[in-house]
Design a protein around this ligand. Structure first.
Ligand code: C2E
Ligand code: MG
Ligand code: MG
Ligand code: MG
Length: 267
């Protein structure tokens, strides 16, 4: 009997799993310290037009951990969502982004750029999101029309009416909305039409094989047609080669983002 219990105990003890759990707890604690210590920085990746001219940037958060080095947002954003720390962190991102926009307004090369900020699901469900954005804009003096907020399809499925009313309040201030990673989630046409959206971003999984995979090319073309009929602009994400750029441009895409034009870099 004790042997059987021992075997069960062994089966339940997974050192790799325990190590991951400890790492999560450590990272969640260190994130709170890191924000106070100034370890988070905003990088920007250019968004260019069909001539390759920069039209704006997407703000991408970076955590420069003093011991662990650069921690990817793919790693810390889900943890921050889980613990609720995404709310102060997201507020910091919005403040920094608006400060940057306000500084660009005095720079002849950057005054027409937009700055896109990623919003997490938790921020969208936050009751005072509209007030948080309004405060960041007011305190910095940034032009709301230059601020773009990126959401994903899956985020929008959550409490649709509440989401739409928040989006409408922000859109009335002039803030624009983009649907990120488009094509990887589920959206019905009728539903898209109800949202105050300005832009769709074709997910980079469709851009990657747009030259070789007829299905991906068809998806990219369909998104561009859909966007045209809904009067939305389109950004192709993850453009890494001139051939991808040319192909998407020939399909009618007018905005592009990816390593071919620039990697995320300090703003
Ligand atoms: P995203 O919003 O879809 O951002 C685009 C990601 O694709 C970025 O990864 C960017 O570095 C990467 N990328 C850009 N061009 C290329 C390319 O040509 N090839 C490839 N392979 N990748 C490319 P990053 O910076 O690691 O960010 C990952 C995700 O983390 C973002 O995906 C976004 O969902 C999230 N994230 C980043 N910053 C924030 C933030 O401030 N708040 C929130 N809530 N989420 C953020
Ligand atoms: Mg994004
Ligand atoms: Mg994206
Ligand atoms: Mg993406």
């Amino acid at each position: 009997e004790s042997k059987a219990a021992g075997r069960n105990a062994v089966r339940f003890f997974d050192p790799a799993l325990q190590e991951r759990a400890l790492l999560r707890v450590a990272l969640q604690r260190e994130m709170r310290h890191g924000l106070r210590a100034g370890e988070f920085v905003l990088h920007g990746q250019p968004i260019v037009d069909e001539h390759g001219r920069v039209r704006g940037q997407e703000a991408l958060l970076r955590w420069l951990h003093p011991v662990r080095g650069l921690v990817s947002p793919m790693q810390f954003i889900p943890l921050a969502e889980e613990s609720g720390f995404i709310l102060p962190l997201g507020q910091w991102v919005l403040q920094r982004a608006c400060e940057l926009l306000a500084a660009w307004a005095n720079d002849p090369h950057r005054c027409s750029w937009t700055l896109a900020v990623n919003l997490s699901a938790r921020q969208l469900r936050q009751a005072d999101l509209v007030q948080t954005v309004r405060t960041a804009l007011k305190a910095s003096g940034a032009d709301p029309r230059r601020l773009k907020l990126e959401l994903t399809e899956s985020q929008l499925l959550h409490d649709v009416e509440d989401t739409i009313s928040k989006m409408e309040a922000l859109a009335e201030m002039g803030v624009q909305f983009a649907l990120d990673d488009f094509g990887t989630g589920y959206s019905s046409l009728a539903y898209l039409k109800r949202l105050p959206l300005a832009q769709l971003k074709i997910d980079r999984t469709f851009v990657r094989d747009v030259l070789d995979d007829p299905n991906d090319a068809a998806i990219a073309r369909t998104i561009l047609q859909l966007a045209a009929s809904l009067d939305l602009s389109v950004v192709a994400e993850g453009v890494e080669t001139a051939a991808q750029f040319d192909t998407l441009r020939a399909m009618g895409c007018r905005l592009f983002q990816g390593y071919h034009f620039g990697r995320p870099a300090p703003l």
